[in-house]
Design a protein around this ligand. Structure first.
Ligand SMILES: [Zn+2]
Ligand SMILES: [Zn+2]
Length: 373
């Protein structure tokens, strides 16, 4: 039994409020226990009992059931994800060790190593993720060589983590190494090379080298427009990154058409409730606020926050970004009391979550999850 079906995703906003709440797994109601919204699935798949979902995650034959919804691909990002992936990694390590003792095969990386490391990273547990990424890279360098695609993926994973830890000096040589090998082996127009170029561009931007970063991002975007089309998700990611870079360097006029282009295509292709669309809505709203166009900025910032609260919940980092964007807008508008209440909410969430990821980390995290992109 799957957690929900594709048909169940079709719904209107009114459904969320009017439908009687039932568990999508056992079809029982609140009398059987508290119902939670575990992911972005909506309609009749909105609700589940915690105990039903836990049971599903512990027993499902699906490889990914432990840490994400199989329909909307939303990750649960909780302690149970780490518990189940850690147990799986332990079992894989034992299996590999037994096989090596019996057959003396070459060392291998357990398949769950990367998944668990990425999950730890996504939950802000950088210290626990780093040795796992380092182990994977070391084993792959030793067994596959320095130019194998999986070795390069490991380099990128580790670089992404170091980048998130703000250890840019340690991340930089890994990104350069990966880019050189991609250029030599795949050429300068291959999608994976373009991802490598974009990642290095993001790093240079974080280091404050905006001129070099812009050259790299423009280079990658030009080739993506030529080879993938203007509406391809990867092209949109590049346009979005370039728009943010121009915004960061104060060139708001040049950034605006780029952010508008991405938002338009994402609304058309992903819908208005998709996390990527909402990131675009929020960025365009912030840009218009910075330009002083408060009338145009307000509906966008309010839309981003409202839909993120509904689809991701009030504790999600992206919702927190929206809370802060709207707060800063209200301050600019002189509505200090409303801004103050959002400020207090953001502070409370920060205390609840402990360590807050930066927006840069989110940008790299998305990229790392689907190398190449
Ligand atoms: Zn249930
Ligand atoms: Zn779902």
């Amino acid at each position: 039994m799957a957690p929900c079906t594709r048909a169940q995703h079709k719904h209107t906003r009114a459904d969320d409020d009017e439908e009687e709440k039932t568990c999508r797994l056992c079809l029982g109601g609140e009398e059987d226990g508290p119902l939670v919204q575990p992911c972005a699935c909506r309609g009749t798949a909105t609700w589940a009992h915690s105990h039903c979902l836990d049971h599903w995650r512990r027993t499902s034959p699906r490889q990914d059931a432990a840490y994400r919804c199989g329909q909307c691909m939303d990750e649960y990002r909780d302690a149970l994800s780490l518990e189940l992936l850690s147990a799986r990694l332990q079992a894989e390590r034992t299996r590999l060790l037994m096989a090596q003792c019996l057959f003396t095969t070459a060392p291998q990386v357990p398949p769950t190593l990367d998944t668990l490391a990425r999950e730890l990273m996504a939950q802000g547990k950088y210290g626990e993720a780093e040795p796992l990424f380092r182990e994977a890279l070391k084993v792959r360098r030793g067994t596959l060589g320095n130019r194998h695609p999986n070795t390069l993926k490991s380099m990128n994973n580790l670089a992404t983590l170091l980048y998130a830890k703000k250890d840019l000096a340690a991340a930089e040589p890994l990104l350069y190494e990966a880019l050189y090998v991609h250029l030599e082996t795949l050429g300068n127009r291959h999608p994976t090379t373009l991802t490598s170029i974009t990642n290095l561009g993001s790093l240079l931007k974080a280091k404050g080298n905006l001129v070099a970063a812009e050259q790299l991002l423009r280079r990658a975007l030009k080739v993506k427009r030529e080879t993938l089309s203007d509406r391809h998700p990867s092209t949109l990611t590049s346009i979005h990154s370039l728009g943010r870079l121009l915004k960061a360097s104060g060139r708001l006029r040049a950034a605006e058409p780029l952010l508008r282009e991405v938002l338009k295509v994402r609304r058309e292709t992903l819908g208005s409730r998709h996390p990527h669309t909402l990131a675009s809505v929020n960025h365009l709203g912030s840009l218009l606020k910075d330009k002083g166009d408060l009338v145009a900025a307000e509906p966008l910032l309010r839309e981003a926050l409202e839909v993120r609260r509904k689809t991701l919940g009030s504790r999600h980092p992206a919702t927190l970004v929206s809370i802060n964007s709207l707060r800063s807008f209200l301050e600019a508008k002189g509505k200090l009391q409303a801004a103050e209440s959002l400020y207090r909410e953001a502070q409370a969430r920060r205390t609840l979550r402990g360590r807050q990821p930066s927006t840069l980390r989110c940008a790299m995290k998305t990229r790392a999850r689907t190398v190449p992109r």
